[in-house]
Design a protein around this ligand. Structure first.
Ligand code: PGA
Length: 270
């Protein structure tokens, strides 16, 4: 039986005061939830604030990214050890907003801010290794662009990303990973992937994990869906056999809507 996860990716939102207020709101609604794992991923500047706010609750803390080196001359970067020291147990890796154009910078469209981030399958794999080595559980994202979906390439693109993130990871590491399927066209657009289709792709991801790591690790892998998850669509998504929770952006920024998502995750267990 896989425990459901509801993870809030606050992205570049919430200064310390706002983070405190939002964490307090989530705490009031869901601080003692046991049947689902609730994870808050505030920006790095608010990790310490949120960590203090959620002390004595069941809520977990996660970072939004890391760099794979332990320390050194890497201006602006944050190591796994630093996240751990802030109280993180989880870290999001390879979010499409960090992969940008999946590593390709289009000079002709240089004003598109997405193009300045450059995680690739290779850097995602390095980050997964660094997170696991430090004792963090990585929530590793994959997902196709709209153009790839329209060209019928969804399964191939997602399967390749999953194989790459798992490359060279031992069984213990795989057991500590969480995978998030986030179709890029559904993120922040209000355009949710149809539950059946999201469930199908998550099932396909489980098959890829099985081919790479065997049936037991595949069966236990928690696979999340992300992309415009909201209180009015969460139930259908959580009903899918291969969807074990959500990685939520917009709807995690209000305690009421995130609270409703947590309740749906808990209800999916019964
Ligand atoms: P969204 O973001 O819920 O705002 O679509 C999801 C994500 O990017 O993780």
């Amino acid at each position: 039986m896989r425990k459901p996860i509801m993870a809030g990716n606050w992205k570049m939102n919430c200064d310390n005061d706002e983070a405190q207020a939002l964490a307090d709101g989530v705490l009031a609604r869901a601080g003692q939830v046991e049947d689902a794992t609730v994870i808050l991923c505030p920006p790095a500047t608010a990790l310490t604030t949120v960590h203090a706010a959620i002390a004595n609750s069941n809520i977990k803390l996660g970072g939004q990214n890391l760099f794979w080196e332990e320390a050194g001359a890497f201006t602006g970067e944050i190591s796994a050890k630093m996240l751990l020291a802030c109280g993180c147990e989880y870290v999001i890796i390879g979010h499409s907003e960090r992969r940008g154009r999946f590593g390709t910078v289009d000079e002709a469209d240089a004003e598109d801010l997405a193009a300045i981030f450059s995680d690739t399958d290779a850097t995602v794999n390095r980050k997964v290794r660094a997170a696991l080595a430090a004792g963090l559980r990585p929530i590793v994202c994959c997902g196709e662009l709209l153009s790839e979906r329209q060209a019928g390439k969804t399964d191939g693109v997602v399967a390749a990303q999953v194989r790459a993130m798992l490359d060279g990871i031992d069984d213990e590491g795989v057991a500590n990973m969480v995978i998030a399927y986030e179709p890029v066209w559904a993120i922040g657009t209000g355009e949710v992937c149809d539950a059946d289709e999201a469930g199908r792709v998550c099932g396909m991801i489980r098959d890829v994990v099985e081919q790479a790591c065997g049936p037991e690790l595949a069966e236990d892998m928690q696979i999340l869906y992300g992309g415009s998850v909201k209180p009015d669509n969460v139930e259908g998504l959580m009903a899918m056999t291969d969807i074990d929770g959500g990685l939520v952006g917009g709807a995690s920024l209000k305690a009421d809507s995130f609270g409703a998502l947590i309740e749906a995750a808990v209800a999916s267990v019964r």
